[in-house]
Design a protein around this ligand. Sequence first.
Ligand code: NAP
Length: 286
Amino acid sequence: MAELWKGAPVAAALTERLCGQAERLRARGISPTLAIVRVGERSEDLSYERGACKRCEMIGISVKHFILPVNCTQEELLTVIRRINEDGAIHGCLLFRPLPRHLDEAAVCAALSPVKDVDGITSGSLASVFSGDGQGYPPCTAQACLELLDYYGFEPTGRRAVVVGRSLVIGRPAAMLLLNRNATVTICHTKTADLEGTCRNAEILVAAAGRAKMLDKRFVGQNAVVIDVGINVDAAGHLVGDVDFAAAEAVVGAVTPVPGGVGAVTTSVLARHVLDAAAKSADISL
Ligand code: NAP
């Protein structure tokens, strides 16, 4: 039976460390602050926002909300982003995406100051993830995959890692973070010829396709570590991952649950990025 890699202990360990960092910043007169920008009332955004606020409150990070109606204009949204850029009391910005179709998402992301980009949405941050120079912040969900490996003591160096999904939000940055940690990485997508065999050969399998229970027992190898990023609703209305959990559990070495796996770690990574940005803004080392 596989080890169950829950996110909660990982988040708790990170949170404990971050509480101390936030306290040190406050002692130096800095109140670490996150801006949350939300357009409309999508339930996924609201649920993530609640989690992020709770985590920030636990750690001692203030949150400023910028909520716009779903029919807001590009200029209204850009005005908010510019205000955040200019506000020295705000250290990081979380923008919920995808934006409504009438808005130019690429232009909005590009408008955010790279130093406040705590969720890897600007091309500068992504370039940094790709170059591995450690300057910009990676997308929090991609980084959460690495946090799970580290917490549970699985060293990526020299391992065969397979990432299913090539989005700029998860698949590609997760692959680059694994590569930066010396894994040998394969990225799979809808045109991959032998998805089954490629996945089965993985020692680390990161599933980020957004397809409910798509990776069943044919896709997982014995003793593999399976990190399930997918969040899907199955036919019965249950929240499930991309991995067929019951099938994988019988075969693999370790697997993250959905819910309660990667998603539980993401807000702690976000908080860490905000504290780091706050420290950098004041030239303080944490
Ligand atoms: P996305 O933009 O839709 O990208 C999905 C990727 O998976 C694409 O690259 C696609 O390939 C690939 N893919 C889809 N079906 C496939 C198949 N049958 N075989 C092989 N590859 C396939 O999704 P995303 O934004 O990256 O999100 C992925 C999942 O993560 C979603 O379930 C989302 O809800 C979840 N998520 C989780 C968290 C968290 O905190 N845990 C946070 C954000 C998102 P092509 O490029 O060829 O189309």
